[in-house]
Design a protein around this ligand. Sequence first.
Ligand code: CA
Length: 229
Amino acid sequence: MRILLIEDEPKIASFVCQGLRAAGMTVDPIEDGLAGLNAVLQAQHDLLVLDIMLPQLDGFELLRKARSAGITLPVIVLSAKTDLADRLQGFDLGADDYLAKPFFIEELIARIRSLLGRNASQNEDVFSLAGITLNRLTRRADWEDRSAVLSQREFMLLDYLMRSPGYIFSRKQILQHVWNFNFDPQTNVVDVCVQRIKKKLVSTDNSTSMFPIESIRGVGYRINLKGLA
Ligand code: CA
């Protein structure tokens, strides 16, 4: 994987470079927007990690020019600006994902893997991650020595988490995606569904704490990245 990083703050750039290299990725860092745009136009990278506030040319303008030049590479925007308007502007101009500073390097790595994997294995009928194998045709899930056919909701929930490993989904996001609820029904339907998945896939003599769905207290759930390193 060859990643282009356009970021002018040396501390952040070196932290990101170090982290991505440790994860086995090749990183080319660039410090200003104009040089960054030139690198993007050469189309030699698999993914772009892009800061917004940059000298010469800001990230939004860079992205707009790149997209209008027909560049389709996936882009993750990094920015200290966390308000919704900026977030929407980023997506409007063709960002694929958005990460607010400060962030954990593990989360950036997870999102890069998720974006780069999306076009390959993640849309196939059989998909494996963190030791879990999902069959989208039969709704069968396997983990260790267990195998079970999941209900529609159970399957959608697990599939949803597995598409962005490491990313913490709130109960609200899960309710919206799996149940199509745009409101909080004030029930523990998400937790019950997670418990049912675990019950089906974890044998009684095995601890459920080993199962890669991790509960984040007060927030939601994610696929634990431990098994992904
Ligand atoms: Ca900056």
